[in-house]
Design a protein. Structure first.
Length: 153
């Protein structure tokens, strides 16, 4: 069992890389059904062929969900999970498409750690950059988490 990770243990500049996962047509069809998002860019091959992408691409929110899942399986995330008190903010952008068959991974980096006015916790800002097998960044998200400090345990 891994030792718990608290706010005090996190250092700006620390970075971890997840395993990869291939995004498939089945993933996209399943996500469309689950979310109700049947945007033609994702589900209509003839329409998507007329777009700048030239083919169907994955939903941005599917990529965000996969990135979240990959990130939670990192040892540091598992060790920190019991001490996460809440998600305060999430910002996301997609500089490129995720195509069917792309294998993506996440680079998670601690950007900032700031103590709060209330003792026993702090705000951790991290980025999660999603990169495909060609080295192209397809998503960048910034997460602000409220994390328990050791003296708040």
């Amino acid at each position: 069992m891994t030792a718990p990770v608290y706010f005090d243990d996190l250092v700006p500049g620390s970075s971890w890389t997840t395993a990869g996962r291939t995004v498939t047509e089945t993933d996209v069809v399943s996500f469309a059904g689950l979310s109700g998002d049947y945007n033609r860019l994702h589900v209509d091959a003839e329409f998507a062929a007329t777009t700048p992408f030239g083919e169907r691409v994955a939903h941005g929110l599917l990529v965000l969900s996969v990135a979240s899942g990959l990130s939670t399986r990192l040892a540091v995330s598992e060790a920190m999970a019991p001490n996460i008190l809440g998600l305060l903010d999430l910002q996301c952008r997609w500089p490129g498409p995720t195509r069917f068959g792309d294998t993506i991974h996440v680079v998670l980096t601690i950007e900032d750690c700031r103590a709060t006015s209330r003792p026993g916790r702090g705000v951790v800002t991290m980025t999660r950059e999603v990169v495909n097998q060609r080295g192209e960044t397809v998503m960048v998200s910034t997460w602000k988490l409220l994390v328990r400090a050791r003296d708040g345990a």
